[in-house]
Structures are given as structure tokens and as C-alpha cells.
Design a protein around this ligand. Structure first.
Ligand SMILES: NC(=O)c1ccc[n+]([C@@H]2O[C@H](COP(=O)([O-])OP(=O)(O)OC[C@H]3O[C@@H](n4cnc5c(N)ncnc54)[C@H](O)[C@@H]3O)[C@@H](O)[C@H]2O)c1
Length: 432
């Protein structure tokens, strides 16, 4: 099938590349000239496992191409996916202007029946609005459906090619059949292919993201209490995780969540609820607990150094908001680094993939290292902010030798406190 994907970001590029991988002819379009010119040469805008391989092999096979010409891509396609950003406005509400701009362009360019699939996380009622915008520009027959995306950065390709469920909000039988045909190579079992009305599908995406964020904030609150009463959150988590009703995912305590989705989706739903005079007490607490968790962690650092950290040197391992991605959008590392810089501390950082993205923000205010151990030289403490696999079993003796004082602040609870204490390393985790 001929498909165009509008917006070549984390979602659009993954979707476009994977759709070409399963046999479709895909044009990925974006209005970012540098991004598209680079992608034409297989230069990736971000790190995502397995994505480079799929993009470059499908570019070579000519089943995938990149373009700045949205109108041409729409004309050449049977199906158009929308995957542009839906960022947070200053007041917290969801900025849908890119989605609506794209809808208008689709309407202007359309040359016959098209199925439009919105993958951008969009407020409840957006599918209907997209349809109206397109119909203002054209009398061509169209179907507009919503297909919320559940991929997770760091495992996006795997998630796309082996989704645990596919949800669409659609009422047109023709649209449902075309959509099923697109995804038929993935052999999704029928009970995991869920068709519902558009508004419920739009709400499912927000409800899912915010539920996951809620699990994190809940565990962080329990971790904070554990610390006060002398319990260990890692044991508590283990005990909880064997309960099938609870499961073992999203139970890690630490410095809280970041990324481009959870924080903005919480704010978008709160803003929508306010419009409808509907109190969402749990949802608003999730965001507050998350913000507070950074402060609690920073207080541990301040307390250890008696509030005296000007000219102290901190070595930070991990900058991305989660492992296996170079993405630093809303990453806790940004808040932690900003605070420490405001206190006139000196900062050395190491991340396997995200150094350059943090450098775009902090420039020469901090020092960047290509090796985790080099970042430790003469530092007063090591701070762990991302749970990259390579940080799981480091050489603790080397860490001890390189640090000026053997102190680790572990924002991701990666290490065993008692083991580190036995090595003579002072350890501060969350809830342990
Ligand atoms: N990142 C994730 O893990 C994830 C997961 C599920 C859903 N989502 C949702 O998917 C959407 C996209 O997220 P993302 O992380 O891929 O964003 P992104 O910022 O990485 O990508 C968006 C892309 O759209 C392009 N764009 C913006 N306006 C355009 C226009 N008018 N015409 C053409 N291109 C345009 C931008 O240049 C950018 O390359 C958002 O709604 C997000 O909430 C994201």
C-alpha cells in the first residue's frame, strides 16, 4: 500500500520505517529541512535501537523515502498518517496547531479518496475536528480515524512490530478494513485489535499514559515513607510485583518520570478537565509528586554537604530521560543540573547517547566526557540519573579510587546499599 507519514519524529520515523519494513511503500514527510536532508543519507536525528538498520535498508530497497513536499506525498498515497508533535502550551493545554495545519494541507492537496490516520496524541474530539478541517478544503471522499501510538522510546521498533494491542477509533467499515490490511503482516490476534469510537480511543491513550505515571508517583510516595520508617522500597517492590493484579512494571522508585509524553499528557488532561469543571485529584497529585521527587533527591545532596556546594564537583552518569534513548525532553537531568549550577557547583557529565542533546542546552557551563570513569576525576560525588544497562555493574573500586570522596547519590536505585557500604562507599538511594 502507498502510505505517507507526516512528521518524522520518534513516532513518525519509527512508524514510517516499520511500515516500509512490513512491505508498504512509505514516504516520510517533515517540515524540518535539516532532518529530511540527513535522513535521505541515513543520518538519524536521534538514537533508537534497531531504527538505523531498518531506515537504511528500506532506503536502499526504495520502499522508504523522505521528502519535504507534503502535498506531493499526500497525492501519491492511499493512506496518510499524522505523527506531528502535540506539545504543551504555556497554560498546560495541548497545542494541536501542527495537527490542524497538517489537516488543512491534506485538504488542499487531496486528489481522491484517502484514509487519514491520526497517531499524534490529541485531545478528545480531535479526530472529528481534523475531518471538518479537511472537508472545508475539499469535497473528496475521506475517512479520518485515530490510532493512538503506545510505543515506548528505547524499544520503539520492537513495540511497533510486535504491539501488545492495536487500538483504533473508527466508525467507517471501509476505514477499518483498510487499516487491518495495512497491519495484516503483523498478525495481531483479533482480541488485541480493538475498534472503538473515536473519543474513547483518544481517551484511552491519555488514560494509559497517566496510569503508568501514577504507578511511578505512587511508588515514589511509598519509597519516601519507607525511608522514614526504615523499610526498603526494593523489597516492597519485589513483594508487590508477584501479585498478578499489580504486575512488575513501572514500580521503580527514583527521581521520577520525564520525557515528552507523561508530563505534557497530564497537563493536557488537567486542562481539559478544568474546561468541563471536572476534578481530577489523583491526576493532579501525580504531577506534583513527580516534581517534588527531584527536590527530595536534591535535598539529600544538599544535606550531605551541609548546604555548602559552591565549587563542589559532581559527576553525573545518565542524562536521557530513560535508557536506550538520546532524548532529554523534560529529563530529570535538566532540573538537577540547573539546580546544581544555580548553587555554583561544577558538573561533569557522561551519557552513552545524550551528551550532545544536553550540550545544546548547557553549552560550556558543564564538562562532557565520553567515558564514565573519566567523568569521575576529582569529583566530590557520583550522581546516577538514568538507569542505562552499562551503569548496573560498574567497577566500584575504580569509582572509589577516582572520586575525591566516595559518595554515590543513586536517583534510580541501581545499587545495593549494604554492599556499597561494605566497600566503604557512602550511598544515598530513594526509599532504601
Ligand atoms: N515520543 C514518544 O514516545 C511517543 C509515544 C506515543 C505517542 N507520542 C505522540 O506522538 C506525537 C509525536 O511525538 P514525537 O515524540 O514523535 O514528536 P517529535 O517532536 O519527535 O516529532 C514531531 C515531528 O513533526 C514535525 N512537524 C511538526 N509540524 C509539522 C508540519 N506542520 N508538517 C510536517 N512536519 C511537522 C517536526 O519537525 C518533528 O520532526 C505526539 O503527539 C506525542 O505525544 C509520542
Amino acid at each position: 500500500m502507498k502510505i505517507c507519514v507526516i512528521g518524522a519524529g520518534y513516532v513518525g520515523l519509527t512508524a514510517g520505517a516499520c511500515l516500509s519494513e512490513i512491505g508498504h511503500n512509505v514516504i516520510c514527510v517533515d517540515n524540518d529541512k535539516v532532518k529530511i536532508n540527513n535522513l535521505k543519507k541515513s543520518i538519524m536525528p536521534f538514537f533508537e535501537p534497531e531504527l538505523f538498520e531498518i531506515v537504511s535498508s528500506n532506503l536502499k530497497r526504495r520502499s522508504l523515502s523522505f521528502s519535504l513536499d507534503i502535498s506531493d506525498a499526500i497525492k501519491k498515497s492511499d493512506v496518510c498518517f499524522i505523527a506531528v508533535g502535540t506539545p504543551q502550551k504555556a497554560d498546560g493545554s495541548c497545542d494541536l496547531s501542527s495537527v490542524f495545519d497538517v489537516a488543512k494541507q491534506i485538504g488542499k492537496s487531496i486528489n481522491g479518496y484517502k484514509l487519514i490516520v491520526n497517531k499524534s496524541t490529541s485531545l478528545i474530539g480531535t479526530t472529528e475536528k481534523i475531518k471538518k478541517i479537511i472537508q472545508l478544503e475539499t469535497s473528496s471522499d475521506i475517512d479520518v480515524i485515530v490510532n493512538p501510538e503506545f510505543l515506548s522510546q528505547g524499544s520503539a521498533v520492537k513495540n511497533f512490530l510486535k504491539p501488545d494491542r492495536l487500538i483504533i477509533g473508527a466508525t467507517s467499515q471501509r476505514a477499518i478494513e483498510i487499516f487491518k490490511k495495512i497491519y495484516s503482516p503483523l498478525l495481531i490476534s483479533s482480541e488485541r485489535f480493538v475498534v472503538m469510537d473515536e473519543k474513547s480511543a483518544e481517551m484511552t491513550k491519555y488514560a494509559s499514559n497517566i496510569f503508568l505515571a501514577t504507578k511511578i508517583s505512587y511508588m515514589n510516595e511509598i519509597a519516601n515513607l519507607c525511608e522514614k520508617v526504615g523499610a526498603n522500597i526494593n523489597n516492597v517492590k519485589l513483594g508487590m510485583s508477584y501479585d498478578n493484579r499489580i504486575g512488575d512494571k513501572f514500580l521503580n522508585s527514583g527521581i521520577g518520570f520525564g520525557g515528552s509524553c507523561f508530563p505534557k499528557d497530564i497537563e493536557a488532561i488537567l486542562s481539559l478537565a478544568k474546561e468541563f469543571n471536572c476534578n481530577l485529584d489523583i491526576v493532579s497529585s501525580v504531577g506534583l509528586v513527580n516534581k517534588n521527587q527531584r527536590k527530595i533527591f536534591l535535598n539529600k545532596i544538599l544535606n550531605k554537604f551541609n548546604n555548602n556546594i559552591p565549587n563542589k564537583v559532581f559527576s553525573i552518569w545518565g542524562l536521557s530521560f530513560k535508557p536506550d534513548t538520546s532524548d532529554v525532553r523534560c529529563s530529570p537531568s535538566i532540573d538537577i543540573i540547573s539546580f546544581l549550577l544555580d548553587c555554583n557547583a561544577k558538573i561533569n557529565v557522561y551519557d552513552p547517547k545524550a551528551n550532545n542533546n544536553i550540550k545544546d542546552m548547557f553549552k560550556d557551563k558543564i564538562s562532557y566526557f565520553d567515558n564514565p570513569y573519566e567523568a569521575l576525576q576529582n569529583a566530590d560525588a557520583l550522581i546516577i540519573l538514568t538507569d542505562w544497562k552499562e551503569f548496573l555493574s560498574p567497577d566500584f573500586n575504580k569509582i572509589k579510587t577516582l572520586l575525591k570522596t566516595s559518595i554515590i547519590f543513586d536517583g534510580r536505585n541501581l545499587y545495593d546499599k549494604n554492599y556499597l557500604l561494605s566497600l566503604g562507599i557512602e550511598y544515598f538511594g530513594i526509599g532504601v
